[in-house]
Design a protein around this ligand. Structure first.
Ligand code: MG
Length: 384
């Protein structure tokens, strides 16, 4: 089997959802998705296509690593180049699974579990009272989820930034005021109270604090038993992250903007976090993220992938989650996008807060090109 062409299209979903279609001389077509690579990833895939035409699509790891190593001067450790390669990698897994009439999880070593638990990223607004918070939490529960995540930093800032002393004072300063600190604790407390003990709550800080503010907040949140507190500071600051993690019993989670095993190695080996969260359709793809999860397992660290992908990238992520023992929970970030259930032939793939893997070959979902194109990303071409 040989690769005959690689084509892309892009949809405006949570971000630019970039579809990568690998076509072969057998007529088998694989579809991958990558996120956060933007127009750069589109251009990189176009550039790489002549190198891939005529290659064996089964040699997934060798193709990925061969191209990556040849482009280290162009940024072969992170960023849009890795994201572009990731989109191709996922499409190659889809080709291979279809050619072998086998689901991808079987090719990755087989399943530890049939159901992949999913948490819902949800939006709470600044100034919401307890009744409004309950409404948001109830909506997530009614949709069947058993876990959710809130943005704690956005609450402190205010979505318009108008009511926040911290932001008005200096938007680059990472030290929240006393009022802002109390407000973050208050919001998390209200959400946890509304959710109850059978429901898990995580809170994201988007790297917006400094060290002492992060430690103070994490400690004040300890009685809430959060599922985790996410990225209090930038994760590339490994030693400082470790100090925060060691200073609190609130689990610290990070890694949504790191790439490859190289990006996670120090974080894992130094126990700088409690939980890692690679974005699978961004940071290296299925092979690489399975290896990252395996590295983390050696250090007793759960694997809770970040995910803003459509059902295609989400299902691709679910295949990895099924094949590693230390999987915790996978993100869902399309709660208010009504085309989640119509953009593939799988309908709503999340039922009762879980994705159940099927025995369909490959990734196991086909894109509904008509629906996807209704949301075509501005300034992109469509599988030309
Ligand atoms: Mg995050």
């Amino acid at each position: 089997m040989k690769i005959t062409s690689i084509k892309t299209g892009a949809t405006k979903g949570h971000t630019m959802q970039l579809w990568v279609r690998v076509e072969t001389d057998t007529g088998i077509v694989g579809l991958g998705e990558c996120v956060h690579g933007g127009h750069q990833a589109v251009a990189i895939i176009k550039d790489l296509t002549p190198r891939l035409i005529g290659e064996d699509p089964f040699a997934i790891d060798a193709l990925f690593e061969g191209i990556r190593r040849s482009l280290v001067f162009e940024g072969g450790f992170a960023g849009a180049l890795i994201t572009a390669l990731t989109g191709i990698e996922i499409a190659l897994w889809d080709v291979k699974g279809k050619a072998l009439k086998t689901p991808v999880y079987e090719l990755l070593g087989g399943k530890f579990r049939d159901d992949i638990r999913v948490y819902c990223d949800c939006e709470v607004e600044p100034g919401m009272g307890m009744s409004e918070i309950r409404e948001v939490v109830d909506g997530v529960m009614e949709a069947g989820f058993t876990a959710l995540k809130i943005d704690l930093d956005m609450f402190a800032y205010g979505h318009t930034h108008e009511e926040t002393v911290w932001y008005k004072k200096d938007k680059y300063n990472m030290t929240p005021s006393h009022w802002e600190h109390e407000r973050m604790v208050e919001l998390a407390s209200m959400v946890v109270e509304a959710a109850g003990k059978d429901f898990d709550v995580a809170a994201d800080l988007h790297t917006r604090l400094d060290k002492h503010s992060a430690i103070r907040l994490a400690r004040d949140l300890e009685p809430l038993h959060l599922m985790w507190l996410e990225e209090p500071i930038p994760p590339e600051n490994v030693d400082t992250m470790r100090e925060i993690t060691q200073a609190t019993s609130t689990p610290i989670c990070a890694g949504e903007n790191l790439y490859l095993r190289h990006g996670f190695r120090d974080l894992i080996e130094k126990h700088a976090v409690d939980i890692i969260m690679p974005d699978i359709p961004k940071c290296g793809g299925l092979s690489e993220c399975r290896k990252i999860a395996n590295m983390a397992e050696l250090y007793s660290m759960p694997f809770a992938p970040h995910n803003v992908a459509s059902p295609i990238g989400t299902m691709a992520s679910a295949h990895v989650c099924a094949t590693v023992p230390n999987f915790l929970v996978l993100e869902f970030h399309w709660h208010h996008r009504d085309f989640w259930s119509t953009i593939t032939d799988g309908g709503n793939i999340i039922k009762d807060g879980k994705i159940t893997l099927t025995d369909r070959p490959g990734i196991g979902l086909e894109l509904n090109y008509d629906v996807a194109r209704q949301h075509q990303y501005p300034g992109t071409t469509w599988f030309e």
